[in-house]
Design a protein. Structure first.
Length: 272
């Protein structure tokens, strides 16, 4: 169960009491009071003799309404349906496919969309549908249809090198994740690692965030960094950067899929 509401005394007590009435046993609970916004976030994992998540949500609805809360309840074994989008760089896509196939990510991937056809064989080898949509406008219209047809809950830009329209950003607000190097807003454009090398940077990193109409400025979900030195070549920095992008994106997808990310305006609360 995830819950977001204005902070006040008695929230945990009310929800815990409601779960007790359902003979539920709380296994894990994470909560946070955000002072700047006055909002309260909570994620609770519990076991219950009631196997229907909608029945549990219905039983708790009056309590959530009294708290003016946005509440969602889902079974832990219910996997998040994710549509992946990619261009030519395959490192993030291949990592997500491997982790999904190995059971490390609680997602299902019905289809992968790309503006290039290069990775069709890679995707098809996993038994996943692949759509080659080279025209950006047509691709977005098709993505809308695929999201509806496959009940997609999350769209992942696994190094999809196309600008997403403002309209689609708003339609998928809080449901579309992107990954990029953490130099931004510095070193924009082609070969950012080569630009960084020329400036003698000592730290490189990667950022996963929700997509908004403001390019690469959405609420941050996960980040990581690595130190580099004068002996690293630009190509070596690219390799380190790719590794960071893979790990950071997979962590962000996992956190979102497990209901561990809460959006509070331009910021996020992420329960580890």
């Amino acid at each position: 169960m995830t819950l977001v509401c204005p902070d006040r005394p008695g929230i945990v007590a009310s929800i815990s009491e409601g779960l007790l009435h359902l003979e539920a046993n709380i296994l894990e609970n994470a909560q946070f009071s955000d002072l700047p916004t006055g909002m309260f976030c909570m994620r609770t994992r519990f076991e219950s003799p009631i196997g229907d998540a909608s029945e549990i949500a219905g039983a708790l609805r009056a309590r959530a309404d009294a708290l003016h809360a946005n509440m969602a309840v889902r079974r832990e074994d219910e996997r998040c349906r994710a549509l992946l989008m990619v261009s030519k760089y395959d490192h993030c896509l291949v990592d997500l496919l491997y982790r999904w196939h190995a059971g490390e990510l609680p997602i299902d991937i019905p289809v992968v969309v790309s503006n290039h056809g290069d990775l069709e064989a890679t995707v098809s080898s996993y038994g996943i549908g692949f759509e080659h949509l080279p025209a950006a406008a047509a691709a977005e219209d098709r993505v809308r249809k695929l999201v509806a047809a496959h009940d997609v809950e999350l769209v992942v830009l696994a190094r999809y090198m196309q600008i997403i329209s403002d309209d689609l950003c708003r339609e998928l607000a809080g449901r579309m994740i992107n990954i990029h190097h953490s130099f931004l807003p510095s070193f924009k454009g082609a070969k950012p690692y080569h630009q960084a090398w020329e400036r003698g940077v000592k730290v490189i990193g990667a950022t996963a965030h929700y997509v908004t109409p403001e390019l690469d400025e959405g609420p941050i979900i996960d980040q990581d960094v690595a130190r580099v030195g004068h002996a690293h070549t630009p190509d070596q920095m690219v390799i380190i950067g790719r590794d960071l992008e893979r790990v950071v994106l997979s962590r962000a997808v996992k956190a979102h899929s497990e209901g561990r990310v809460f959006l509070l305006g331009r910021r996020t609360v992420v329960f580890l």
